[in-house]
Design a protein around this ligand. Sequence first.
Ligand code: NCD
Ligand code: ZN
Length: 349
Amino acid sequence: MTTPATLILTRPDDWHVHLRDGEGMRDVVADTVRQFARAIVMPNLKPPVATVAQAEAYRERILAALPKGSDFTPLMTLYLTEATLPLEIERARRTGWIHAVKYYPAGATTHSEAGVRDLAHCRETLKAMEDLGLPLLIHGEVTDAAVDVFDRERVFIERHLIPLVQRYPRLKVVLEHITTASAVKFVLTAEDNVAATVTPHHLLYNRNALFQGGVRPHYYCLPVLKREEHRQALVRAVASGNPKFFLGTDSAPHARNTKENACGCAGIYSAHAALELYAEAFEAAGALDRLEGFASHFGADFYGLPRNTSRVTLVRESWTVPAGHPFGQDTLVPLRAGEQVAWRLQALN
Ligand code: NCD
Ligand code: ZN
């Protein structure tokens, strides 16, 4: 198949992004807005966005940080804690602008300390979500220090996820930023109310990227990059056109000095070139014709939202990613900094 010089797609949405807060937010939200019509905004702020009132205030701050004239819609989430009551779920459902609840196993990743230690403490709340059709978005890694960091997703599926979907068979579940063949298999064998998001970095890189010529903190995220065979399983899943797999960048900005550090933060920033990077991955798989479903249709369908009607154009034209990107008072290092990206998103007019 020859590669077309341009691709016209329904405008995509990002079903998993970290916009942060305060000054830095303005710098990163502009990238997300340039790429996407809507985005599911992660609630892992400090303190976490755990109530409808906190989500409302955060939503207002995001709207105030948008570039002038933007029609971007932030889709808000609540951070599940062991204190989240079914009443808060009912309130969230009634807002019409809270679209999911995020489950972080306590200690699994950045700002997850307030997360859940034992899902058995959330039974009534999960039941309310199942009854009201509010999706549970899962960071699927065990926090057990005895489990090898590269096995934590697989073990989470075995220990926690399989029992969870058995107990709540109608609960809408998104296994976020999947990284392994085990996750692909789990999602494929589950019912249609179980789906997954896939990041550009897990489609393009394997764990060698972390150690190429020395330790590379800007390739460190959670769940961590895995072996090549797992990357290939993810590519096959998205290239198959199965609607259970859709776009979620997990773009996670961190200031440069917090990553280039003796104890560097987890998170890769990809919002500056997200759709272009996905296009590279789909092109390499010979599956550019499957990009639109993945990027622009399947997520909206899963969340029960209308598909976007406007379009974007990708041109097969390489460009160099800047070495740094402003982030409030700081700078962050975007994915592919100083390197080429093969596709370019044309500005919306
Ligand atoms: C995310 C962050 O920085 O907030 N980091 C990451 O490595 N993905 C948290 C998360 O989604 O795990
Ligand atoms: Zn994330």
